[in-house]
Design a binder for this molecule. Structure first.
Ligand code: ATP
Ligand code: MG
Length: 320
């Protein structure tokens, strides 16, 4: 695969969390069991960490707006993001409230249960809208990525939506991973905000589960075609161990998943999206960017912890 040369500037915003992974299955976070963590996490945090790693290969930059508490868990997150090259200028350290957290427990049927602590934690105390917009634009941002997981909290949702509108009006490409988590749907405004962002997005990146909620009973050709006749430039369906399908104006590309042993699937989608969007924004054609994202997702599921399986472009190309 050829080198990518354009130095992309990519930004994201939302909840920064530490995550604890239950070491035993089927307890649904109800049963006392060993948990492994703290791991740095939060869907947009996983995304921006991977975007920074990929962008580093061609002089690009990754920026994040969010908040952590002034505590050990905050350090776990900040230290990792900074070590991996994320610009932390818009990550606040908020005194007096703990860092956000998530607890995940897996079930034998492949489903998972989360307990999130976002709304009443530092994770929800984002910098002010104007500060974020000014900072991102001053840095020359090209792409703003939103994970739907930040839309659960009404205050965060308002900032996310307004930021998308503001930056889209300035020519910034919006990227959206619906990333619908039942545990985070607090009111009807969640799906409404998601649909508004999807309508203005250049990159629309749902999973099979997201598509079932957003486009029930419709096949990929139908709903992706409708998005591509609007603002979307690229639509990708993430299909877990079934791989992925991507579509742009030049056609459709379907890839099967790499055959790997799954240790922890959480975070694969965020890692996949970051790899894909960073490369697309840098000018790489869909087929090449999708192949690299498909490999990044396969690398991600092989490690315990949501962002422990993030990877460099060199590691990704070692898979393909
Ligand atoms: P999450 O929200 O938990 O981060 P997601 O549902 O958004 O995940 P997935 O479809 O699970 O996203 O994973 C994204 C991509 O990662 C897939 O499209 C595929 O390329 C890769 N991937 C995921 N699971 C596997 C697997 N078991 N084996 C190989 N590749 C996988
Ligand atoms: Mg997801």
């Amino acid at each position: 695969m050829g080198p990518v040369r354009r130095p992309v500037v990519i930004g994201s915003i939302g909840e920064l969390l530490v995550e604890f992974v239950c070491a035993e299955k089927d307890g649904r976070n109800l049963v006392s069991a060993p948990y492994v963590g703290p791991f740095p996490s939060g869907a947009p945090g996983i995304f921006i960490d991977q975007a920074a790693r990929v962008a580093a290969s061609f002089g690009g930059r990754a920026l994040f707006a969010g908040a952590v508490g002034d505590d050990a868990f905050g350090s776990v997150i900040l230290d990792r993001l900074v070590a991996d090259g994320v610009d932390r200028g818009l990550i606040r350290v908020v005194p007096g409230v703990p860092t956000g957290s998530a607890f995940v427990s897996y079930n034998s049927d492949g489903s998972r249960d989360f307990v999130f602590n976002i709304a009443h934690s530092a994770a929800a105390r984002l910098p002010a809208l104007e500060e974020i917009a000014t900072g991102f634009l001053a840095a020359g941002i090209w792409v703003l990525h939103i994970s739907g997981s930040m839309l659960g909290d009404a205050a965060m949702r308002a900032v996310g939506l307004a930021l998308c509108e503001k930056l889209a009006n300035q020519g910034v490409a919006i990227s959206i991973d619906p990333n619908i988590r039942g545990e985070l749907i607090s009111d009807a405004g969640y799906i409404e905000a998601l649909r508004l962002i999807i309508a203005m997005a250049a990159y629309v990146l749902p999973s099979d589960a997201d598509a079932e909620v957003l486009y029930p009973g419709q096949d990929f050709d139908t709903w992706s075609g409708r998005l591509l006749s609007g603002a979307a430039e690229v639509v990708v369906l993430k299909r877990g161990d079934q791989g992925c399908i991507g579509r742009d104006a030049s056609g459709t590309v379907a890839l099967s998943a790499h055959s790997v042993t799954v240790v922890d699937p959480t975070g694969a989608g965020d890692c996949f999206c970051a790899t894909l969007v960073t490369l697309l924004a840098a000018g790489q054609p869909l087929a090449k960017a999708l192949a690299r994202a498909n490999a990044a997702g396969a690398l991600a599921v092989q490690k315990l912890g949501p962002m422990e399986g993030n990877s460099s472009l060199a590691e990704i190309d070692g898979m393909n």
